[in-house]
Design a protein around this ligand. Structure first.
Ligand code: ARG
Length: 469
């Protein structure tokens, strides 16, 4: 294959075309064709600026823009033929432009290099991805807040060490994830701010001698300003790393929620029922109902975290400015974002469909001496006992209940008084799970009135933000 003519984009210096294996390792078109919309946006902005600055003629710029629009339409229609010999999306588009409009196409690459071109395309892509992710995260928050409002008073066991700890409400538990996702959105928004500078015009690495207007292209592409250093412009991928880090943390949150859904769905817990829409059966065991969607949402964090780590390793130790290593930034980043998109959509659907079994949760909430802390607090409040002593006394009462095989609220007053004679029957009021959660009125606590208020607040906030878009 080496006797084929050299690449037409740089053929001047080359007598032979690349070895087959060289093409295979070098070509990125298999995945960077995903950047075509951004590539065309970037090229249109560049061409318009070149004409404005008098670097190319207005009529050439018009031809270029028309040709690029045609290419966009071909790509959208699926009729565009991507060629591996043309290596990447940039050269595929430019080559097609030449076929469509002739020599004027050759002027598009004036004062530009694929280095600033790809940096621009990839930034635009990551920015678009962030915007899509933010919207999807808002949808998950919405589903969670709606469920939380409906179940502000539905009691369930709260766990530490996955051992029953204190009763909480299901709404409170769901709102914990609304808060996590709010921080996830904050991380993406923050990454977006730093990302939003234009590398276009950095050219290969040193800038250009043409009188380009980098402000104009930055503005046309929705960037806040041009990047201030051309070497930096073409050689950093920290914007992708930040977005991948944010995606990883987000995926960790979803993985935890997914794991909880898996646990809650086991017959042993029986806390929730997930609709047929998000479960599967087994080909051999007719009784099965498996939470596959939750399991996959739990697992996707693996590839998302790997994308982050992979790019960290690619970038580590790379000398300035561009090196081809950086072509390895895209495939895994694309995959990470589309994986996250799947996770978010599946989670939003699952949460909306999730049906808690209030009786099972209520019953479980009462088991495991979950109101022991309420008892200890009562001793502190009513008998003015120091908390450490109250903790000890309560421990002895739990031991007595355990010996009798009953829950705390089933233990008789005389059994309790055998441990601490000053206890009165008023103590029973704090031993029910309902009263336990009701009493947790501290800010951020699980009291149903708190939870309902927080859920409503979130729903209002989400509604308002949606109105803005
Ligand atoms: N496909 C390349 C990439 O993704 C585009 C930039 C190529 N630049 C170069 N100097 N060979 O990184």
């Amino acid at each position: 294959m080496t006797d084929k003519p050299a690449n037409t984009m740089w053929g001047g210096r080359f007598a032979m075309s690349p070895a087959e294996i060289m093409q295979e390792i070098n070509a990125s078109i298999g995945f960077d064709k995903q950047l075509a919309p951004q590539d065309i946006r970037g090229s249109k902005a560049h061409a318009a600026m070149l004409a404005e600055a008098g670097i190319i003629t207005k009529s050439d710029a018009r031809e270029i823009a028309k040709g690029l629009d045609k290419i966009k339409a071909e790509i959208d229609a699926g009729t565009f033929e991507f060629s591996r010999a043309l290596e990447d999306v940039h050269m595929n588009v430019e080559n097609r432009l030449k076929e469509l409009i002739g020599p004027a196409a050759g002027r598009l690459h004036t004062a530009r290099s694929r280095n600033d071109q790809v940096a621009t395309d990839f930034r635009l892509f990551v920015r678009d991805a962030i915007d899509g992710i933010d919207e999807a995260l808002a949808n998950v928050q919405q589903a969670l807040a709606e469920k939380a409002e409906a179940h502000a008073a539905t009691v369930m066991p709260g766990f530490t060490h996955l051992q029953p700890a204190q009763p909480v409400t299901f709404g409170h538990h769901l709102l914990a994830y609304v808060e996590m996702i709010a921080r996830d959105r904050g991380r993406f928004a923050d990454a977006r701010k730093r990302l939003n500078e234009s590398p276009l015009g950095s050219a290969a690495l040193a800038g250009t001698s043409f009188p380009i207007d980098r402000e104009q292209t930055a503005q046309a592409l929705g960037f806040d300003r041009p990047m201030a250093n051309s070497l930096d412009g073409v050689s950093d991928r920290d914007f992708a790393l930040e977005a991948l880090a944010a995606a990883t943390i987000t995926a960790v949150h979803f993985s935890r929620l997914a794991e909880e859904i898996v646990i809650w769905m086991t017959p042993q817990f029986g806390f929730v029922k997930l609709s047929d829409r998000f479960t599967t059966g087994s080909s051999i065991m007719p009784q099965k109902r498996n939470p596959d969607a939750a399991e996959l949402a739990r697992a996707k964090v693996g590839r998302i975290a790997a994308a982050f780590q992979g790019l960290v390793i690619v970038m580590k130790g790379l000398p300035l400015a561009y090196s081809k290593d950086m072509q390895e930034d895209k495939e895994t980043t694309f995959d990470a974002f589309s994986s996250l998109r799947l996770v978010m959509a599946a989670m939003a659907g699952m949460i909306a469909d999730l049906e808690p079994n209030a009786e099972a949760m209520r019953a479980a909430a009462g088991r495991g001496y979950s109101t022991a802390t309420d008892l200890a607090d009562w001793l502190v409040r009513e008998l003015k006992m120091p908390f450490r002593e109250a903790h000890h006394v309560t421990g002895s009462i739990v031991k007595a209940a355990e010996a009798k095989g009953v829950d705390l609220d089933q233990l008789s007053l005389s059994d309790m008084q055998a441990v601490e004679p000053r206890i009165t029957k008023a103590v029973f009021s704090v031993l029910s799970v309902e009263n336990s959660v009701k009493s947790r009125t501290s800010y951020g606590g699980t009291a149903p009135q708190n939870v309902a208020k927080m859920a409503r607040q979130w729903l209002r906030r989400l509604e308002k933000a949606r109105g803005k878009v």
